[in-house]
Design a protein around this ligand. Structure first.
Ligand code: ADP
Ligand code: ADP
Length: 228
């Protein structure tokens, strides 16, 4: 359901970040993307949600060729792909409830249905009791859980996470992983770039390792596998 065929990315400054990557990720998979800093992990991930365009090669999501999607249709693509970042990217002046409802596709939705759906996803991330809080009133782990709620509110088929535990302590990181696992168990494909060796080595999911913009390893039940 996510396919890349001989994908390359050279940035305008000449940096060759991705150099001929082909992958196939099935619906419902949980995939870790590992590799040293600067290896091309973020670029690889950004191309999946059209934050960056490949210089050449083809990417398709659920059978749709990304390069053929018109600029004005990208918001629709994004709604089918939740994205979570290391630095949460919440809107600071909105409450938890509003941060999540703001992302919701609200065309013709009644207020009651919006509220129901937002409270449902806040329940998944165990934050129903903090719906009225502002981001700065929450811990880092709670803020990341809001970001996850926001990412899944439209029921995306894919959840992409770029170092979601990068700013969190180990215990909080595990809380986040349990939530991501639950979301994956409900059928959402998860692609997660990470430097967290403990998590990768305990979960034993598919591991795609990237080095110098190429896939150096792709294992079904892989390990982190680097020295640092
Ligand atoms: P990783 O996520 O593995 O750290 P990145 O995909 O962020 O790797 O970066 C891969 C390479 O591309 C690095 O050399 C980085 O400096 C470069 N790079 C990343 N983003 C840009 C950009 N917007 N413009 C130019 N070079 C970039
Ligand atoms: P429950 O259904 O579990 O009783 P509520 O519907 O009472 O939950 O809402 C839980 C929390 O979310 C409460 O703090 C409530 O005030 C808050 N909340 C509900 N709707 C909104 C909204 N539109 N904006 C901000 N906070 C909201």
């Amino acid at each position: 359901m996510i396919q890349m065929q001989d994908v390359w990315k050279t940035y305008p400054n000449g940096v060759m970040a991705v150099n001929g990557i082909s992958i196939y990720i099935k619906k419902g998979e949980f995939v870790y993307v590992v590799g040293p800093s600067g290896a091309g992990k973020s670029t690889f991930i950004k191309m999946m949600f059209r934050e960056e365009k490949p210089t050449r090669g083809e990417i398709s999501i659920d059978g749709k060729n990304l390069s053929k999607i018109k600029e004005r249709h990208i918001p629709y693509l994004r709604r089918n792909m939740g994205v979570v970042f290391q630095d949460f990217k919440l809107l600071p002046s909105l409450t938890v409830f509003e941060n999540v409802s703001f992302a919701m596709e609200v065309i013709e939705e009644s207020k009651a249905n919006i509220k129901k759906r937002v409270m449902e996803v806040l329940d998944v991330v165990r934050l129903k009791n903090k719906a009225r809080f502002l981001p700065h009133e929450l811990s880092g782990g709670e803020q990341q859980r809001v970001a996850i709620a926001r990412a899944i509110v439209n029921n995306p088929s894919v959840l992409i996470a770029d170092e979601p535990t990068g700013n969190l302590d180990p215990e909080t990181s595990w809380e986040i992983m349990r939530i991501l696992e639950e979301i994956n168990d409900r059928g959402t494909t998860i692609i997660m770039a990470t430097h967290n060796r403990d998590i990768v080595d305990s979960m034993r999911k598919r591991v795609i390792a990237i080095e110098n913009g190429r896939i150096s390893r792709d294992e079904a039940r892989g390990m982190y596998g680097y020295e640092s």
